[in-house]
Design a protein around this ligand. Structure first.
Ligand code: PGA
Length: 247
C-alpha cells in the first residue's frame, strides 16, 4: 500500500494506566525499525497523556493526539482543557467535532471552527470529524448535510487538516458503508473543501467500525489516507495485526 497512511487510535474514555502502558509497549514493539510512510496517532483520555508522552518519541511513526480541546486559550471554563497544556505535553494532533461531542456536549460547527482556528494557530494539526445520521443517509441528503458541516466547521484558511468521514450510524455498530459509498463521500469532501476553503495540506480518512477484516480494503480506496479507529485500536492483538500489514 504505497501512500501516506494515518492511523488515528481514538481510545475514547477507556483504558487505565497499566492497560494503556501495555498497549503502547506492544505498538512500539510492532513498529520498531519500520520506515514505512505511516503515522500512528494515539489519542488517549487527557489524564493518560502525561504518562504516554514519556514513552513516545514523537518524531517517528508514533505521535500523540488529544480527543478535544477548548476553543479559548484559558479562562473561566470549569472542567475544560487548554490546548496550551496539550501542546506542552507534546500532543501534535487534536480531534475536533467527533459526533459523540456534537451529540452529548451539544457542540456546534461554529465552536468547532473556533477550535480548528486555535489548533492551527498553535501549529498543531486538527482532525475534524464529520458524518451523517442513518435518517439523513436514508433520506439521501447526506452530501448536503456533510457539505454544511464542512462549510461551517472549517475556517477559511488552515495549514494542514485531516478530515475523518465518520457516518454516525457506523460508529461502534459493526455497520460499514460499501467501498463505493466511502469513495463517493471522500471524493465529495476533497472537492468541496478545495472549492470553498484554502487548505495547505488535506488528508481524508474514514472512521466507523474499522476492524481487522475491513481496514485493508477501506484504506485502499483511492483518496482515503487511513482511518480513525475506536474499538479495534484498543484490542492489542487486532491493532498490532493491522499495523503489521501496513508497515
Ligand atoms: P469505532 O469508533 O471504530 O469503535 O466504530 C470510531 C470512532 O468513533 O472514531
Amino acid at each position: 500500500m504505497k501512500k501516506s497512511i494515518f492511523i488515528v487510535a481514538n481510545w475514547k474514555m477507556n483504558l487505565n494506566f497499566s492497560s494503556a502502558s501495555n498497549l503502547i509497549d506492544r505498538i512500539k514493539a510492532t513498529i520498531k525499525n519500520s520506515i514505512a510512510d505511516i503515522k500512528v496517532i494515539i489519542c488517549p483520555q487527557f489524564l493518560l497523556i502525561p504518562q504516554i508522552k514519556d514513552s513516545l518519541s514523537n518524531d517517528g511513526i508514533l505521535s500523540l493526539g488529544a480527543q478535544d480541546c477548548h476553543h479559548k486559550l484559558s479562562g473561566a471554563f470549569t472542567g475544560d482543557t487548554s490546548i496550551e497544556l496539550l501542546k506542552d505535553l507534546k500532543c501534535q494532533y487534536v480531534i475536533v467535532g467527533h459526533s459523540e461531542r456534537r451529540i452529548y456536549h451539544k457542540e456546534s460547527s461554529e465552536t468547532i471552527k473556533n477550535k480548528i482556528q486555535l489548533i492551527n494557530q498553535l501549529s498543531m494539526v486538527p482532525i475534524l470529524c464529520i458524518g451523517e445520521s442513518l435518517v439523513e443517509r436514508r433520506e439521501k441528503n447526506y452530501l448536503d448535510i456533510l457539505s454544511e458541516q464542512l462549510l461551517k466547521s472549517i475556517p477559511n484558511e488552515v495549514d494542514k487538516l485531516l478530515i475523518a468521514y465518520e457516518p454516525i450510524w457506523s460508529i461502534g455498530s459493526g455497520l460499514v458503508p460499501s467501498l463505493e459509498q466511502i469513495k463517493e463521500v471522500t471524493d465529495h469532501i476533497r472537492l468541496f473543501v478545495n472549492n470553498n476553503k484554502k487548505i495547505g495540506t488535506i488528508y481524508v480518512l474514514y472512521g466507523g467500525s474499522v476492524n481487522l477484516n475491513n481496514f485493508f480494503d477501506i484504506f485502499k480506496v483511492h483518496g482515503v489516507s487511513g482511518g480513525l479507529i475506536g474499538g479495534a485500536s484498543m484490542k492489542s492483538g487486532d491493532f498490532t495485526k493491522i499495523l503489521k500489514k501496513l508497515i
